[in-house]
Design a protein around this ligand. Structure first.
Ligand code: NAD
Length: 431
């Protein structure tokens, strides 16, 4: 039987622990989520019936600051998944040196089956259920899979109603008119783009001769595809939950985005005019997209897409993990033996939480930034941390994933040690 997602996620921590000299107390602390909440959410449906939904919120660690993490609406949401996502958030915030710990939430449902009224009642009901567990200085929410800025707005509004004070800093990724930050929508994609632009030149890959396949054409995947295509990368394949399209000559991403927005489907169209022609393309399954012979593969959908079952089929030379946990730990060795380099989620997709941090700062100061300021600060942070992780990886001759965990562990370990270690209490040393 395969491990739970959380046990699998923890294996990356184990791999990094042998390279860092943090106290046993700190490493033991980081192996366990601090607190997990499971709630049932009663929702009055449009037909008058009452339906109960299962929700979760996990605060994995808050040593470096309030917990921070998104809320996912998906049929596969489970406590195991939410704990794993909160674990990754803890390390992601430390990688980017944000003053946050890690949290995550979710509701088990297929949001596409609910009306807009039902979705609003569910989102407000979730906040009613977890209001005592969250707060601007405790645990801050954000969007994730199948949640968006409107849902974040409902959540912030409901929390404000409960607290009887406007509390914009409890949720990030809000609509601009409710205290959102400019640049938050495309932040994860921009962050990933800055990492890719920092790394690929080191590997002598030029945009014009580099082919890219992207799994997942949602809030992050579609924007990233467009950013990459704009600077000349050849995006040859994209997919959504229905399937994938491939065109050897490259796809016209802006047209596909337009087509997807109007039809909810993807097709290899070109030209942004009203009469778009269909580019000659091949329809693929998602499994076939993952196995394409491209330079760069970008999983931007869900976790566990590359496992020990299909890792042997992967032909891309470089994988940038935009989704959280798209590669199971059991696939790491297989990919590494094939000479495939993986750039990890806790770095690559950290642009979203970084601009969420900027939004939280703006909400608390009441002073709002321009798009140029947000983008410039995001770029600076992403590039700075990418360079540091690259150096660790080159110096120790280890994967970028282990290097990223080492980078985060050094910061987390220092913060945990500052509360006192065994050495301090027993031997009078600062550790
Ligand atoms: P989204 O819901 O907007 O998009 C998800 C996309 O994946 C959709 O196009 C969907 O059709 C597609 N998809 C679903 N199942 C699929 C499958 N089996 N094969 C191929 N495609 C499939 O979500 P998003 O916000 O773009 O998030 C995507 C990933 O990025 C998630 O893992 C999320 O946790 C991670 N992430 C998102 C953010 C953010 O700011 N939105 C930040 C950090 C990480």
């Amino acid at each position: 039987m395969s491990d739970s997602l959380f046990i699998d996620a923890s294996k990356r921590l184990q791999a990094a622990l042998k390279y860092v000299s943090i106290s046993d107390d700190a490493s033991e602390r980081l192996k366990h989520p601090k607190v997990s909440l499971s709630v049932s959410i009663p929702v009055r449906m449009d037909d008058g019936s009452l339906k109960i939904f299962q929700g979760y919120r996990v605060r994995y660690d808050d040593t470096r600051g309030p917990a921070k993490g998104g809320v996912r609406y998906h049929p596969h949401v489970s406590l195991d998944e939410v704990q794993s996502l909160a674990f990754w958030m803890t390390f992601k915030c430390a990688v980017l040196n944000l003053p946050f710990g890690g949290g995550k939430g979710g509701i088990t449902l297929n949001p596409k089956t609910l009306s807009k009224f039902e979705l609003e009642r569910l989102s407000r009901g979730y906040i009613d259920a977890i209001a005592d567990f969250i707060g601007p200085d405790v645990d801050i929410l954000a969007p994730d899979v199948y949640t968006n800025s409107m849902i974040m707005g409902w959540m912030m509004d409901q929390y404000s109603i409960i607290r009887r004070q406007v509390s914009p800093a409890v949720v990030t990724g809000k609509p601009l008119t409710m205290g959102g930050s400019v640049g938050r929508d495309g932040a994860t994609a921009h962050g990933a783009f800055f990492v890719i632009q920092c790394i690929l030149p080191k590997l002598d890959l030029l945009p014009q001769t580099t082919t890219v396949a992207i799994q997942g054409f949602g809030k992050v995947g579609a924007v990233l595809a467009e950013l990459l295509a704009k600077v000349g990368y050849k995006v040859v394949a994209v997919s959504d939950s229905q399937g994938a399209i491939y065109a050897k000559q490259g796809l016209d991403i802006p047209s596909i985005r337009q087509y997807k927005a109007s039809t909810q489907g993807i097709k290899a169209v070109y030209c942004q005019g009203t009469v778009c022609n269909i580019v000659e393309h091949q329809s693929l399954s998602n499994a076939e997209l993952l196995a394409l012979d491209v330079d760069v593969l970008i999983p931007a959908a869900l976790e566990n897409q590359i496992t020990e079952n299909n890792a042997k089929d992967i032909k891309a030379k470089y994988i940038f993990e935009v989704a959280n946990g798209p590669i199971a730990s059991t696939a790491d060795e297989i990919l590494s033996a094939k000479g495939i380099s993986v750039f990890p989620d806790i770095l690559v997709n950290a642009g979203g939480v970084t601009v969420s941090y900027f939004e939280w700062v703006q909400n608390r100061s009441g002073l709002y930034w321009t798009l140029e300021q947000v983008t410039e600060r995001l770029k600076q942070k992403m590039v700075e941390e990418t360079e540091q992780i690259w150096s660790i990886s080159q110096e120790l001759g280890i994967s970028m994933r282990t290097a990223a965990y080492i980078h985060a562990l050094n910061r987390l370990g220092e913060a945990l040690n500052a509360k006192g270690t065994r050495d301090y209490y027993v031997n009078g040393h600062d550790s």
